[in-house]
Design a binder for this molecule. Structure first.
Ligand code: MG
Length: 397
């Protein structure tokens, strides 16, 4: 292992010290290893990334789901060579560098691809040190309270309320999130009157001890969002997520200023500098960085720390049951400013089980809580049968 000074000297030789963004304290140590191979396994929904180091140790990570044939090409063409031959313990600095050096192609697919390698490096380090990632981050393993997150706007408010009541009975959920408006809907509703109806209907079905949240997915202008927010406040909803198009920071800040309830947001924001602006202008109270959109665990953790410095909480975004959920659980238990519950999609447990066969053990809700699986790294085994069915590519030194 090297001390920080040696690290900085080495970094300046490789140009890493020139980075404007801070290096995380957890990255201070270095190893004697180098990254030898980056392999990708892509199915219709997502890509698992396997990194192999010079001593043969291995780590598994994952890119953000969807359109992964494209992200995989970006990985092998634009990202992998910035990691190969480097120290696997430098996950944070290498992720930053791979994103910055692709500055003509900002964010999105580059950051998605980087997240695949970065999360694999955390697993690899956990395997080498025989520690969970949450331990590497200095966190704890307390059970995590979750909110059941609906992804649906195609069922009636009554059906939504009833399935939430059923899930509460069966699995003990103490919080749920509904969808209001229409994604990027320019103030349109999924159908006329749906939002005005679902807000009181779900509240009536679930008593006041159940926390309720609402997500507008970038639907509203500030005026309309304030109107909807007032109805949410009236029915004691805990937060209002992404009320306005997420890039309209000033609109969102205006909504936050006008309402007494909490505003949440940021899942699509993958630029740490933009995060800083958003937090400083008080656009959101609750920050929701997405590990796989942002380019990895280190970068999402940095956003949580920025939020903390502004007196705000964080609930990293985890809208599906892919490995993203695992990454998010480890991070959630290692930050000092978590919001009271983590997102857990209720769609997979109702039949859409795309991600449930990727790894074992799967994450189940008991008494409204989930637990980080035991074991080093992410604490799961990626399933061999899943890997064998996936499309394979490799980059190596
Ligand atoms: Mg959302």
């Amino acid at each position: 292992m090297m001390n920080r000074r040696t690290f900085l000297e080495q970094s300046s030789r490789t140009g890493l010290a020139a980075l404007a963004l801070p290096i995380l304290p957890t990255q201070d140590s270095m190893s004697d290893l180098t990254i030898q191979k980056i392999e990708s396994f892509t199915d219709d929904y997502t890509t698992i990334v396997k990194v192999t180091a010079s001593d043969g140790s291995v780590g598994f990570g994952q890119m953000a789901p969807y359109n992964n044939n494209i992200t995989t090409q970006v990985l092998h063409q634009m990202v992998a060579h910035h990691f190969l031959g480097k120290d696997p313990y430098e996950a944070s600095a290498l992720a930053d560098r791979a994103i910055e050096i692709n500055y003509k192609y900002p964010w999105s697919f580059v950051s998605r691809a980087v997240a695949g390698v970065e999360t694999a490096l955390w697993d690899l380090r956990g395997q080498v040190e025989q520690k969970g990632v949450v331990e590497l981050l200095g966190g704890h393993r307390d059970p995590i309270r979750v909110y059941g997150s609906s992804m649906r706007r195609d069922i009636t408010p009554q059906e939504e309320a009833q399935r939430m009541a059923r899930l509460q009975d069966e699995q003990g959920f103490t919080a749920f999130k509904i969808r209001v408006g229409k994604p990027v809907g320019h103030n349109e509703d999924q159908w006329p009157g749906r939002t005005e109806e679902i807000i009181p209907t779900v509240r009536k079905q679930l008593d006041n001890s159940t926390e309720l949240l609402a997500d507008a997915n970038s639907c509203y202008t500030a005026d309309k969002a304030i109107e909807v927010g007032k109805q949410l406040q009236e029915h004691n909803y805990y937060f209002f997520e992404e009320p306005c198009p997420f890039w309209e920071l000033e609109w969102t800040a205006q909504v936050n200023d006008a309402l007494s309830m909490r505003i949440a947001g940021g899942e699509q924001d993958n630029d740490p500098a933009q995060w800083q602006r958003m937090l400083r202008m008080n656009a959101v109270d609750i920050s929701q960085p997405d590990i796989c959109y942002l380019g990895g665990l280190s970068r999402a953790k940095r956003v949580a720390e920025m939020a903390q410095a502004e007196g705000k909480t964080c609930v990293p975004h985890s809208a599906n049951h892919s490995m993203l959920l695992l990454f998010t659980m480890h991070l959630y238990n290692a930050i000092d400013n978590p919001a009271p519950f983590l997102e857990y999609s209720i769609e997979d447990i109702l039949g859409q089980d795309w991600f449930l066969n990727m790894y074992e053990p799967t994450i189940k809700v008991e008494d409204g809580k989930i637990r980080i699986p035991d074991g080093p790294g992410w604490g799961v085994q990626v399933r061999q049968d899943w890997l064998e069915k996936a499309d394979y590519q490799i980059s190596e030194t």
